[in-house]
Design a protein. Structure first.
Ligand SMILES: [Zn+2]
Ligand SMILES: [Zn+2]
Length: 128
């Protein structure tokens, strides 16, 4: 699972870590390059992160090159600063998990086996 990357300056979350070596899953023309698996033990570099899908085309992506480290990782779309901290590490946090569509949002019962099972629960227990 990718981790959210938190900008050390503005706390904005525009990027996420990359899970494996390979090409960026978000190909945006010439800016897309080989990306590297995020390793928290190594110095951060620009190839370890991807712009989150919802921001592609909204903000300019950064150059994802392995030789871009420290202040070279950026600019952050929120503040224009670098995306790694003073120790050349990314600040990360787990991404919120998507809610299971077959779990009742009201009483957390489930997961139901089918959409119908959930609707009949909603009708009988919550009157909806
Ligand atoms: Zn920022
Ligand atoms: Zn319920």
């Amino acid at each position: 699972m990718p981790l959210d990357v938190i900008c050390p300056n503005c706390r904005g979350v525009f990027f996420e870590t990359n899970d494996k070596d390979g090409f960026s899953p978000y190909v945006t023309g010439l800016r897309s390059t080989m990306v590297r698996e995020y390793d928290p033990d190594k110095a951060a570099n620009a190839a370890m992160i991807n712009m989150k899908a919802e921001f592609l085309g909204v903000y300019d992506d950064i150059l994802h090159q392995e030789d871009l480290v420290g202040e070279g990782i950026g600019p952050c779309p929120g503040c224009g600063g670098a995306l790694s901290d003073d120790n050349w590490k990314f600040i990360t946090r787990p991404q919120p998990q998507e809610a299971d569509p077959l779990i009742c949002e009201i009483c957390d019962r489930g997961p139901f086996k089918t959409e119908q099972g959930k609707s009949s629960h909603m009708r009988q227990i919550h009157g909806g």
